[in-house]
Ligand binder design. Structure first.
Ligand code: HEC
Length: 134
């Protein structure tokens, strides 16, 4: 019986999603530098996502410029004109399922808009905002 119990426990523990792990790692990173950290915040994430800045190429740009204000709808790459599938995992289940992809694009896209990589807190806040949208 005991063995079955441990097996079940292992199976259920391995069900944590990629995104849960990703956010937990970001959270650990923030806490290691800021003991007052109280968790990621969709409101701060919204400001990060919707505010406009002078981007990498000198133009005024925001995350919305490419991803649309309505995250359940497709966006359009403001540099190339290519269609970008919806960013909300509720509308597009393929979203935020691979740590490598999330990491690569957050890094690249923060650079596009903010001319620097986002901090762990900014990345966590913006992901929390994306998840809060349906
Ligand atoms: C110049 C256009 C552009 C801007 C601005 C932009 N993105 Fe993106 N983003 C893309 C493209 C292109 C992809 C990759 C193609 C795809 O996934 O459809 C992508 C992918 C992503 C992904 C990966 C999602 C996944 O599939 O796992 C995230 C998260 C993301 N962007 C967040 C942001 C955030 C946050 C900002 C603002 C800081 C931002 N993006 C600004 C073009 C942009």
């Amino acid at each position: 019986m005991k063995i079955v119990f441990y097996l079940l426990l292992t199976v259920s523990l391995s069900f944590g999603t990629v995104l849960d792990d990703y956010l937990a790692n970001l959270s650990k990173e923030v806490k290691s530098k800021n003991s007052n950290f109280e968790g990621f915040d969709a409101k701060r994430g919204e400001v990060i996502f919707t505010s406009t800045h002078k981007g990498k190429k000198g133009e005024m740009i925001s995350c919305v410029s490419c991803h649309n204000n309505d995250l359940t709808q497709s966006g359009k790459n403001s540099f190339t004109g290519k269609v970008i599938e919806p960013l909300s995992p509720k509308a597009n289940p393929a979203r935020l399922t691979e740590a490598k992809t999330i990491d690569k694009w957050l890094r690249r896209n923060f650079n596009d808009v903010y001319n620097r990589e986002g901090t762990a807190q900014e990345q966590g806040d913006v992901l929390t905002y994306i998840l809060s949208k349906d």
